[in-house]
Write a protein that binds this ligand. Structure first.
Ligand SMILES: [Zn+2]
Ligand SMILES: [Zn+2]
Length: 233
């Protein structure tokens, strides 16, 4: 459904392009040049508004960098998000921190033998079920994970229930990562752990270097959602 014009109420055009408004302004302007004292208050305000519209048209506001304004409240006009020096700097800060975080996460996975192929038991409403880990969603594992305001999905492991029930849990929130300790694995009972070699061989070098999977973190979507200042500090 198209928006209604706030001037005449008709759909399909805006107040700025409204033919009724343009006509009314033309009439007011002609009156203004001949008998200005006859102008009504409404006509005067129409002219004021139209002057503002014309001024905006002639000097459109330059586009500000959405990263600087979105995350730092700074209005920078000389660059944009794609070549933002602040974003570049933040990324350079995040990568080594992310690397450390991921090393800890991987260590924790190795310690518990948790990776693709692991078989474990998990109680749902006091009923125990067996699962197998079918996939690790590596990009979701990173320093950004604990920042809960961020709308990033927190499910990091795809699991499949053993009993063949169709509505299986595709993702499981436990074990999940937490600030420093990485793993909350207490609630699950590992029956068949995976070997260190198998778990490590699944993680890519770029992931381990902290570089991979940062798109969502630096996307516009995350501007308002991530407390990146405390994450970077
Ligand atoms: Zn209109
Ligand atoms: Zn910027």
């Amino acid at each position: 459904m198209q928006n209604r014009c706030s001037f005449c109420g008709v759909r399909g055009h805006t107040r700025i392009t409204c033919p009724t408004r343009i006509q009314a302004v033309a009439k007011a302007r002609s009156l203004h040049s001949h008998t200005p004292e006859a102008l009504s208050i409404r006509q005067k305000s129409l002219i004021v508004e139209d002057n503002q519209i014309l001024q905006k048209k002639n000097n459109p506001t330059p586009r500000k960098c959405s990263y600087c304004s979105g995350r730092y409240g700074r209005f920078e006009y000389g660059h944009n998000r794609r070549n933002c020096p602040q974003l570049k700097e933040d990324k350079e800060k995040v990568i080594p921190k992310n690397k450390v975080w991921r090393e800890l996460a991987l260590e924790s996975m190795v310690k518990h033998g948790f990776g693709v192929g692991t078989i474990f038991e998990y109680a749902v409403f006091n009923e125990k079920h067996r699962y197998i880990v079918t996939d690790v969603l590596w990009d979701r594992i990173g320093i950004y994970l604990p920042y809960s305001e961020w709308a990033a999905p927190k499910e990091c492991f795809k699991v499949q229930r053993f009993d063949g029930v169709k509505h299986t849990l595709n993702f499981i929130r436990t074990p999940h990562y937490d600030h420093y300790t990485c793993f909350h694995i207490k609630k699950i009972n590992i029956l068949v752990p995976m070997s260190e070699r198998s778990i490590r061989s699944n993680a890519s070098d770029d992931w381990l270097e902290g570089k991979e999977g940062l798109e969502l973190l630096f996307s516009k979507k995350s501007d308002k959602l991530i407390d990146h200042v405390s994450m970077l500090s």
